[in-house]
Ligand binder design. Structure first.
Ligand code: KG4
Ligand code: ZN
Length: 341
């Protein structure tokens, strides 16, 4: 790409296929032009989780269609694209390879640069589409199926992880509690819905007592929910599924909002942003609003569909990497895991 000249507001196609969503989106600068998704979640739900082989097959069937739809709805011909940005990790290898191979073919055929996007950085970049004036420094609360962390975003490409989960991620805890409550996969939205019918009547442990700084732990809370349900069932005592959902949700999420505000205060920043599937949770969103209002902090929350996996966030992180000049060779490989720190 030696002859390549950077544009101020390039047209970027983002492609995402790391788990069970095949997604494509087109942006021009920070403006979202289209946003398409084909999900195999309902197929996966029959198996209680994501079956990698099924995910790969669905991606293979869907990727061409989802990209065509994204281009058509953006009103962009593929020849007008400046860059292709694609998730190269972390995720299921077979699933990642489908999107990555497709993106490489497109970049090569069109003779445009390829950008490899770290999926987690994508979740963090979703907030840039929500508010096109947003600029670091700020604090980001990341809460997804694989990660839970409080991150100090110094510049668009420099981060400091202030704290992270020491065991399960928040989304993972929601998925496990959902299983105990016989709710389908992915559990988060179902637990949230059930929690609306319940009360915060069960004193599950507030996990962070004793953990210093900004670290989290969800395994104790999860075990305590499992023990509560098993003990009630063994004793044949009545219990409320909705109260379990509500009490768990509060114990799991209050602390995230509180710690994010503390971090903003410590770092002297005025803004909190957020990203990842758990940020779609309405209770957490309301709690973040309350905490930020009380602390006079600006809050930037991606709309719900940009919290769970999507390609708009991959295109948004593609723009960050484009501006930083981080292009990928066509030999770029998929990576199953990428460290957060
Ligand atoms: O970010 P994401 O879509 O995938 C990655 O892990 O990268 O996050 C998925 C996680 C799942 O664990 C899912 O149960 C959780 O996000 N989730 C939620 C909600 N929607 C999705 N958790 C709580 N409340 C929700 N409304
Ligand atoms: Zn994700």
């Amino acid at each position: 790409m030696e002859t390549y000249r950077k544009k101020l507001n390039p047209i970027i196609l983002g492609i995402e296929s790391s788990c069970d969503e095949t997604a494509a989106a087109v942006i021009r600068g920070r403006k979202l032009l289209s946003d398409e998704i084909i999900s195999s979640a309902s197929v996966q739900a029959q198996f209680g989780g994501v079956v990698p082989e099924i995910a790969s097959r669905v991606h293979t069937d869907a990727v061409d269609e989802v990209v065509s739809r994204a281009l058509k709805n953006a009103g962009v011909r593929k020849e007008e694209l400046d860059v292709v940005a694609v998730t190269y990790g972390a995720g299921l290898l077979g699933a990642l390879l489908v999107g990555l191979s497709f993106a490489k073919g497109l970049a090569m055929g069109l003779n445009i640069p390829l950008i490899g996007v770290n999926h987690i950085r994508g979740h963090l970049a979703a907030c840039y589409l929500e508010d096109d004036t947003l600029k670091p420094p700020f604090i980001t609360l990341l809460a997804s199926g694989g990660h839970t962390a409080i991150i100090y975003v110094k510049t668009e490409t420099e981060f400091e992880v202030l704290g992270a989960t020491r065991d399960d991620a928040a989304g993972e805890a929601f998925d496990k509690v959902a299983r105990v409550l016989s709710l389908p996969y992915p559990g988060g939205p179902h637990v949230e819905k059930l929690a609306r019918e319940g009360e915060d009547s069960i004193p599950f442990p507030r996990m962070l007592k004793g953990l210093g700084g900004y670290d989290f732990s969800y395994s104790g809370l999860k075990t305590s929910v499992i023990n509560y349900v098993h003990s009630k069932e063994q004793k044949g005592e009545a219990w409320s599924r909705a109260d379990v959902a509500c009490s768990f949700q509060k114990a799991a999420l209050d602390i995230l909002a509180e710690k994010a505000a503390e971090a903003a205060h410590e770092k002297g920043v005025q803004t909190i942003a957020a990203g990842g599937g758990v940020i779609a949770n309405g209770y957490l969103r309301d709690k973040l609003v309350t905490v930020c209002n009380a602390a006079k902090l600006k809050l930037v929350l991606p709309e719900r569909r940009h919290c769970t996996d999507n390609a708009a966030m991959i295109a948004a992180e593609g723009l960050v990497q484009y501006r930083a000049g981080n292009f990928a060779p066509l030999s770029l490989n998929a990576q199953a895991s990428i460290s957060l720190r």
